[in-house]
Design a protein around this ligand. Structure first.
Ligand SMILES: Nc1nc2c(ncn2[C@@H]2O[C@H](COP(=O)(O)OP(=O)(O)OP(=O)(O)O)[C@@H](O)[C@H]2O)c(=O)[nH]1
Ligand SMILES: [Mg+2]
Length: 343
């Protein structure tokens, strides 16, 4: 499904909005016969300018509001992720405030069109239009903070990946700095994921795709890179970790859990084991969702480090994949497993 925030386009600032509306207004021309008295011409011209300006503003604002999806109507994954990324109450309140100025603008229009009906000279018409534009400007300028806020959160929401609910989705999870992104980059189409030697490099969910050649056709699988998660109570997890938890909870068909058996990641193996157990207990839907165990950084791991982890997890060699994400060693074995599973 396409990210529902995909059409949350650029939100103009108040000065951009006013600029467009007033320019359009001043370019507009009222339909009036050439021979009409000068006062009628002035009335029509200024009325038209006010109408065009207000109409342009109302349409632009409605357009902004319309392109923000109604949070309660979107699928849980997008709804909950949006709640992690932005303050939804503030978003709703901001949209409400913008919506609230629409009747005010309509009222100004009515008021000034009435006044224009009673002018006695073209100069008076010009003054009235200027006064109307002044009031419109002050109303729109007061919304600048709200417009800026919307534009600000829009980037975060638009970056949410579009998930295809009809194809399987593998979620790659584990402690920070263990090589999750390196694996996703190596085996998927997503070559843009960032890899760094420090933890919490990945700060948001990123989707890649894998095309696996089956006997009869090609199967497309999604693979989700997630931020690292620490072993700590959910209430203490930050919004970066919570995105990974959400992916595990709501979109995973299979979990690829990555361990770093060495001290290279900066985290102990025991805390990684605790996280593994927590995820196994809470996010495998009582075994319905399989967890594949990967010991990464094979090149750095000593046999005693590997043995320790194997013993602690009660795993045999055939229960795990020992990989090197830098060279791709043994990642083909994971692909073979996926081929058997999905093709
Ligand atoms: N030697 C070695 N280094 C690796 C291997 N896999 C990843 N690395 C390195 O480990 C560091 C972390 O790799 P990432 O792929 O960014 O790890 P991550 O789990 O995505 O990290 P976060 O996004 O911070 O949670 C980088 O410096 C990688 O180059 C491996 O198999 N061997
Ligand atoms: Mg990463």
């Amino acid at each position: 499904m396409k990210n529902p925030f995909d059409e949350f386009y650029h939100v103009p600032s108040s000065s951009e909005l006013l600029d467009i509306a007033f320019k359009r207004a001043m370019k507009s021309s009222a339909q009036v016969s050439k021979n009409a008295p000068i006062i009628i011409k002035a009335k029509k011209k200024e009325s038209k300018r006010i109408k065009v300006a207000i109409n342009a503003l109302i349409n632009r604002i409605l357009n902004i509001i319309k392109h923000v999806p109604i949070i309660d109507d979107i699928p849980d994954f997008y709804k909950e992720l949006a709640c992690i990324l932005v303050n939804i109450d503030e978003l709703k309140l901001t949209l409400g405030k913008l919506n609230g100025i629409l009747p005010v603008l309509s009222k100004i229009e009515r008021e000034y069109l009435n006044k224009l009906n009673r002018i006695e000279s073209p100069k008076e018409g010009d003054q009235l239009r200027r006064a109307a534009f002044g009031r419109i400007s002050s109303i729109i300028n007061k919304q600048n903070k709200n417009l800026e806020y919307l534009n600000n959160i829009r980037g975060r929401l638009r970056e949410i990946p579009s998930i295809d609910y009809t194809t399987p989705c593998i979620v790659v999870a584990g402690y920070p700095n263990v090589g999750k992104s390196s694996i996703v980059k190596n085996i998927s189409t997503n070559k843009k994921v960032e890899i760094q030697e420090y933890p919490f490099t990945t700060k948001k969910l990123a989707l890649g795709h894998l095309a696996i050649e089956g006997r009869f056709d090609t199967i497309k699988i999604q693979i989700m890179d997630t931020p690292g998660i620490l072993d700590r109570p959910i209430s203490r997890r930050n919004s970066i970790e919570l995105q990974a938890i959400l992916a595990l909870r709501l979109i995973s068909d299979l979990i690829l859990f990555i361990f770093d058996p060495t001290p290279a990641s900066g985290y102990t193996v025991d805390s990684q084991i605790k996280l593994f157990k927590e995820i196994k207990e809470n996010f495998t839907k009582e075994g319905k969702i399989e967890m594949i165990v990967v010991f990464n950084k094979k090149d750095l791991s000593s046999s005693s480090e590997i043995d320790y982890l194997k013993r602690k997890l009660s795993l045999r060699d055939e229960d795990l994949y020992l990989t090197n994400a830098l060279t791709g060693e043994n990642l083909d074995r994971i692909i073979d497993y996926l081929k058997n599973r999905y093709c």
